[in-house]
Design a protein around this ligand. Structure first.
Ligand code: NAP
Length: 259
C-alpha cells in the first residue's frame, strides 16, 4: 500500500529509543523527513545517523527535555510547518496512591498531558491552514484499564485523552486528524525498568519478572517498537484521514474488554 506521505515532514518527540524511535523509523521508511528529539545527544545523533543511512531521508535533531517550556520552544522552532506530529515523553515513575503529593501530579501532568497539548497548540494551526495534518499521541493502555502502580500515568493520560476527544473533532474539518496510540507492554527500556521494579520488590530474577508479565498477555509476548511504528505510520498516512479522535490499543490482547 502506498501511504501517500513521501516528502512530508514529521516531528517525532522522545525518539532516540523505544516506541518513539519505532515511529520515526516507520515514517522514514515511507519517505517522511524528520525532526527527532530526545534529551541525550549521543543516542539521538546515533539514531539520526542510522535512520538517514537506512531510509535516505533528512533527519534534524533537537536535544532537549520535551517536558520543559524551553525544550518545547526549541523543538517547535525546528519543527515549524511539519505535517505530522508524534508526541511522546518518558512515563511517570511507579508507586502507590499514598506516595504522591501535589508536586508529583503536577510533574506527571506537565510531562504526559500539558506537553502534548502545548505541541498540538503550536503546530495544529499550520496544519489546518495547509488543509492536511496528522497527530498521533503515544499514551498508554492505562487509559482503558488502570495500572495500579502507575496512578500518575493513569491520571495524566486520562486528561490528555479527554482533550483529544474534543479537539480532534474541532480540527477534523480542516483535514487534520488527531488519534492516540495506546501501548500495552512493549520490549523497550521502559518495560525493563518496570520489570526491574517487580524483580526487586518480589525478589525474583528479571527473566522471572518478564515471564510473569508475559503470562498476563494473551499474545504471550511483549510488542515490538517496529509493530508500534507500523501502526503509527498508517495513522499518519493519507489512507487514515477518516480515523478521528480514536484510542487504538496495541497490547497483544492484554486489556480484557469487548469494546
Ligand atoms: P523508552 O524506551 O524509555 O524510550 C524513551 C525515549 O524517550 C528515549 O529516546 C528517551 O531519550 C526519550 N525521552 C524520555 N524522556 C524524555 C524527555 N523528557 N524529553 C525528550 N525525550 C525523552 O520508553 P518507551 O517504552 O518507548 O515509552 C514511550 C512512552 O510510552 C512512555 O511515556 C511510556 O510510559 C509509554 N508506555 C510504554 C509502554 C511500554 O511497554 N514500553 C507501555 C505503556 C506506555 P532520553 O532519555 O535521552 O531523553
Amino acid at each position: 500500500m502506498n501511504y501517500g506521505i513521501t516528502g512530508k515532514r514529521a516531528l517525532v518527540c522522545a525518539a532516540s529509543k523505544g516506541l518513539g524511535r519505532g515511529c520515526a523509523e516507520a515514517l522514514a521508511a515511507e519517505g517522511v523527513n524528520l525532526v527527532i528529539n530526545a534529551r541525550g545527544t549521543e543516542a539521538l545523533e546515533a539514531a539520526a545517523a542510522e535512520i538517514r543511512a537506512a531510509h535516505g531521508v533528512e533527519v534534524r535533531t533537537v536535544a532537549a527535555d520535551i517536558t520543559t517550556q524551553e525544550g518545547q520552544a526549541q523543538v517547535i522552532e525546528a519543527a515549524q510547518d511539519v505535517d505530522i506530529l508524534v508526541t511522546n515523553a518518558g512515563g511517570p515513575p511507579p508507586g502507590l496512591w499514598t506516595d504522591w503529593d501535589r508536586d508529583d501530579f503536577i510533574a506527571a501532568l506537565d510531562a504526559n498531558m500539558l506537553t502534548p497539548i502545548a505541541l498540538m497548540k503550536a503546530l495544529l494551526p499550520g496544519m489546518m491552514e495547509r488543509g492536511w495534518g496528522r497527530v498521533v499521541n503515544i499514551t498508554s493502555q492505562s487509559v482503558k484499564s488502570p495500572i495500579p502502580v502507575l496512578g500518575l500515568s493513569n491520571s495524566a493520560r486520562a486528561g490528555l485523552t479527554g482533550y483529544v476527544a474534543g479537539t480532534s473533532r474541532q480540527v477534523a474539518p480542516h483535514g487534520v486528524t488527531i488519534n492516540n496510540l495506546l501501548p500495552g507492554i512493549h520490549a523497550t527500556d521502559r518495560a525493563d525498568s518496570l520489570d526491574r521494579g517487580v524483580s526487586e520488590q518480589q525478589g525474583i530474577s528479571m527473566d522471572e519478572a518478564r515471564a510473569q508479565r508475559q503470562a498476563t498477555i494473551p499474545a504471550r509476548r511483549y510488542g515490538t517498537a517496529e509493530e508500534f511504528g507500523a501502526m503509527c505510520a498508517f495513522l499518519c498516512s493519507d489512507k487514515a484521514g477518516f480515523i478521528v479522535g480514536q484510542n487504538i490499543l496495541l497490547d497483544g490482547g492484554a486489556v480484557n474488554a469487548t469494546l
